[in-house]
Design a protein around this ligand. Sequence first.
Ligand code: MN
Length: 362
Amino acid sequence: MSSRVRRIFANIDDGVDLVVFANSTDPHVDMAFMYATGLLDGLFEGCAAFCYPDGGVEVATSALEEEAAKKSGLPLYPFFSRAEREAAYKKLLRGHRKIGLNFSEITHKAAEELRAFAPKAKFTDVSQAVMKARLVKERGEIELLRKAARVASQALADTLPSIREGRTESDVAADLVYAMQRRGASGASFRTIVGSGPNSAEPHYTAGPRKIRRGDLIVIDFGARCKLYCSDVTRTVVVGRPTARQRSMHAIVRRAQAESLERMRPGVKAKAVDTTARSIIDATEFKGRFIHGLGHSVGLAVHDGGALNQASDLVLRKDMVFTNEPGVYVPGFGGVRIEDDVLITSRGPELLSTAPRGLIEL
Ligand SMILES: [Mn+2]
């Protein structure tokens, strides 16, 4: 993993001589720890990776995780007790003057602890450098993202036949997660969204006891996690025959996705991709109803750092992976969203998720 660590340091320009990724208790485990060590399973609560400018990495690990940590092939500093942990951290911090931390993920408490262990060192935020390094995926990462997207696409196909009038949103979400895990996912990459009828108009609704009714638009937003790598896919279905308005809503979102997808090539500004989708929707009766950004980077985290939105200054590069997920939401009526995971290649966009993109009628 030394190339990853060197890439992080290449994005830091102010004399940092050590970067520490320090985990607290789940869910406050920094995926940058997994990135820097290359570890693909284990929990590593209270553990830390110490990364050096030459690409070297050493791991302070609890005895509980020692067997898992060995898979990294990195030098390990196992600890059994709090006192041993403190001694290991102090030894690894000794002599370093400027220490980089991932301010986006480290807890305040963990940062304070490191300051106490190394009172003479200066601490600085390297979260931008970490984010930039993680944006560009390696071969192995792409294969895992491809698998996560494939598993999600297959799981949707498994689940669609069971979506019908009278079943609850929670029933459908449970079926989907079960199908993903049966197909090799370690779990869902985030809480599955099944928003039916009026609930489909809330972009981050989850799933509840509401029973599906005939004529409902249902937004299904879900993802698989394979060896920590995430997928994030959304499809919209209708139970029964869609109305003209439902059809036109879906057709507009689909066109916004198709045209913005074409722009997902190396050298194109992330903001411009968002603009393409947004201007299509804003030219219709659904003006102003696309109430979130077009997409986000996906990797070890579902929201992996980079964004396709109006605030982004990112330029797309080969081997980045983003979602493309335009949507329109009409309170009281319903919503439509179509989301795919897209790999940027020198030949253009490659769709990792494969589920059919049309309005699915059940
Ligand atoms: Mn998403």
